[in-house]
Design a protein around this ligand. Structure first.
Ligand code: ZN
Ligand code: ZN
Length: 583
């Protein structure tokens, strides 16, 4: 009887079955190969092998051809249940399968799946026959090294990744999406647009911001500071290093040391680069006694922190070892908690919208089994978070028990232009640090009480956020973020003087502008400005010098007449001030 399968389950079966077919093809090519594991994964499948020689990209073609033959020969997937002894005999030459067999729970049945000349130790399920797989709907993607069972002390195996779909069209759409993602890769665009660099020899995971990247960062940070000021925050600045006392008190040296940069010794004391800003903000708070009248404290800092990430985990701007958090701490009385959470969530959404992110989803993480802090506080804080999300009408998911040991939190994830999700904002309660640092305030009744402390970052970190922005816009930033907003392009030398005057006038208006005085043909100048993704070009020929008309060319290639200079200036100010996303 035909089972009713969800599309997801069907794809998983297709992909896992593809892995078996690939293993059969590889064993045909290398009869002495040792086979390890071959699961279905997101978008596809892989299989790990120990091969008699290094696998080359050309080999993938041969394997692909063999797979197509197997698929087209319509072989049934046959399940059988066997005893451990039978399985041991079957896989006597396959050491990894024997190891997997040993790991199967005594109570569990041992099942095999066979198709054609290939049998695998496998729980299944699979498709019924290879004819349900489509020989035109899969592609072998890449070869990678992978340790057996992910352990570095184990042998390194050869992993072949493939993608598989139920039809040709889905495969094509997926490959197109990959191509689009590749084109948007912030590491590639960062180089092409001269935005930033990272230098292995000077320190992996540490970012160098070039002038154009710095212009964008300055625009982000200026906006960030203004918005914080008008939302009732104060700015603080704190040191980049602190003595071990600070990190012992905060607990970082007990629980977080392996993620910190190693100590520096000075005057017989150990100093550590900060992995977080929180203890520093608490030092400012604890510098004096606070009355309930002074709360809430909302203290923000673009605080640069350093964390030890494994070299293999580093990835462009998305995973680095030094980054600037758009950090703030809210220190509030229990009565203020609800409204503060509501406000901070609204603020967060406003920031994300300003950068053009509209598709936002919330994730609420609640109390895990092991936690610190009173249950009543957990309940009140979790309820405040939940109420705020619901008030904003945000779509959300609850991760029951998924919170940190020290408090519940909300994460906000945005969807980018190609549909990928990125976590940006976090609003996180902390019941741990206020205790460890003995933070108090004097309440209305004259009694010293513990305030609530909330960590929050709206963009996450400037580096990672910038990487996401680059990929979201494919480097074509909205005008308010563009490192160069206007390029003046003279058609001939006789227009140079007029163009230089125009540049100076636009600079005084605080637009980011330059003039191309090179000897290139004006069409080449336009092409270059377009490659640099400059939103507006003003093309100036004798006619424009004469008429003073502003002939504007958009980076999209569209030609527009923006009237006279004054009209141009007011129109551009409006686009930039309102943070218009489209040109
Ligand atoms: Zn299997
Ligand atoms: Zn913090």
């Amino acid at each position: 009887m035909a089972e009713k399968l969800s599309a997801e389950e069907k794809l998983a079966r297709v992909r896992h079955s593809m892995a078996h077919v690939m293993a059969e093809a590889v064993l045909e090519m290398f009869p002495t190969a040792q086979i390890a594991i071959g699961p279905s994964i997101e978008n596809g499948f892989y299989y790990d092998f120990e091969l008699p020689r290094q696998l080359l990209n050309e080999d993938l073609e041969e394997i692909t051809e063999k797979m197509k033959e197997i698929i087209n020969s319509d072989k049934e997937f046959i399940r059988s249940e066997v005893t451990r002894e039978e399985a041991r005999e079957k896989f006597k030459d396959q050491k990894y399968k024997l190891e997997l067999l040993d790991a199967i729970d005594e109570k569990e049945v041992v099942s095999l799946y066979n198709q054609g000349n290939f049998t695998d130790l496998c729980r299944g399920p699979h498709v019924n026959s290879t004819k349900e797989l489509k020989s035109d709907s899969f592609k072998l993607m890449s070869i990678a090294g992978a340790y057996w069972r992910g352990k570095e002390s184990n042998p390194m195996l050869t992993r072949i990744y493939g993608t598989a779909w139920t039809n040709k069209k889905d495969l094509r759409l997926y490959l197109e999406k990959l191509e689009e993602i590749e084109k948007r890769d912030h590491r590639r665009l960062g180089k092409e647009l001269d935005l930033f660099s990272i230098h292995e020899e000077a320190g992996p995971g540490l970012v160098y911001w070039h002038p154009k990247g710095a212009r964008i960062r300055l625009a982000i940070e200026a906006f960030w500071r203004d918005e914080h000021y008008s939302n009732g925050y104060e700015m603080v600045y704190t040191p980049h290093v602190g003595k071990s006392w600070l990190w012992e008190t905060s607990g970082h040296l007990d629980f977080y040391k392996e993620s910190m940069y190693p100590e520096m010794v000075m005057d017989k004391a150990n100093y550590y680069a900060k992995p977080m800003n929180c203890p520093f903000h608490i030092m400012i708070y604890n510098n004096k006694k606070h009355s309930y009248r002074e709360l809430p404290c909302r203290w923000a800092e673009l605080g640069t922190v350093y964390r030890y990430e494994k070299a293999g985990a580093l990835h462009g701007l998305l995973r680095v070892r030094g980054f600037t958090q758009d950090d703030a701490h809210l220190i509030v009385t229990p009565e203020q908690m609800d409204s503060e959470i509501e406000t901070v969530l609204k603020f967060s959404l406003h920031m994300l919208h300003s950068f053009g992110f509209e598709d936002i989803k919330a994730y609420l993480s609640t109390k895990p089994e092991k936690s610190v802090g009173e249950v009543e506080r957990w309940d009140a804080a979790t309820l405040a978070l939940k109420k705020a999300i619901e008030k904003e009408g945000l779509e959300y998911e609850v991760d029951e028990g998924g919170g940190a040991f020290y408090g519940p939190k909300i994460d906000l994830k945005i969807k980018d232009a190609v549909g990928r999700q990125w976590q940006l904002s976090t609003v996180q309660f902390d019941f741990n640090l206020p205790d460890r640092f003995d933070m108090t305030f004097v309440d209305k009744d004259g009694v010293e009480k513990r305030p609530y402390m909330i960590h929050r970052a709206l963009l996450g970190s400037i580096e990672r956020f910038f990487g996401v922005l680059v990929e979201h816009y494919a480097g074509a930033f909205p005008p308010w973020l563009s490192p160069e907003q206007v390029r003046v392009i003279p058609i001939n030398d006789s227009c140079f003087e007029y163009c230089k005057e125009l540049e100076m006038k636009l600079r005084k208006e605080k637009f980011r502008v330059s003039v191309d005085l090179s000897s290139n043909h004006f069409k080449a100048k336009i092409k270059e400005a377009q490659q640099e993704k400059i939103p507006y070009m003003i093309v100036v020929g004798n006619r424009e010098v004469e008429s003073k008309e502003m002939s504007v060319r958009l980076r999209t290639g569209k030609q527009e007449n923006w009237g006279d200079y004054a009209t141009f200036v007011s129109k551009l100010h409006n686009i930039i001030d309102t943070k218009q996303i489209e040109l």
